[in-house]
Design a protein around this ligand. Structure first.
Ligand code: AMP
Length: 144
């Protein structure tokens, strides 16, 4: 694997982070450039670039940590709601090649948008095209 990522350096204790929670396999720390108070990243301690690369048990651990932490963070910063997301691949905006889940607390009237705002212009797909896409995915999912 290439040079250690900044998140591996955090796991190894070589650079500081505001760690808020730790399990045997996952680490959660505040994002250094928060989109909101309490913006937290949850990572597997072992580095995998993307969700597709991450072993099932480890990705389950990551999402279990997210499930536990999101309401704790929301309550701690007195937020009203939370967005949870992964930039899964460089073309989706992933800058650090080490899987991480963003937990972003949201506040009523904070001026932000829903997760629907992340993609480009919505495609104009007719029913036939949607049927083909659904069939392709469901067929591929049987082999996943
Ligand atoms: P992404 O674009 O999904 O790869 O997001 C990477 C995130 O890591 C960004 O939100 C950065 O602000 C955050 N980040 C980068 N370096 C650090 C660091 N040393 N400690 C905490 N968060 C960081």
């Amino acid at each position: 694997m290439s040079e250690r990522t900044i998140f591996e350096k955090i796991v190894d204790g070589d650079i500081p982070a505001r760690v808020v929670h730790e399990t045997d396999t996952t680490l959660a720390f505040l994002d250094a450039n928060p989109l909101a108070p309490g913006h937290t990243l949850v990572i597997p301690k072992e580095r995998y670039k993307r969700l597709r690369d991450t072993p099932p048990e480890l990705s389950a651990d990551v999402f279990e940590t997210v499930r536990e932490l999101a309401p704790v963070i929301e309550d701690a910063v007195e937020a009203d709601a939370t967005n949870i997301g992964v930039n899964d691949g460089p073309d989706a905006g992933q800058e650090v090649p080490h899987l991480h889940v963003h937990i972003v607390p949201r506040f009523k009237d904070d001026g932000g948008g829903p997760i629907h705002a992340v993609a480009g212009a919505p495609p104009d797909l007719d029913d036939d095209e949607l049927d083909v896409i659904a069939e392709e995915i469901s067929t591929a999912a049987k082999d996943a």
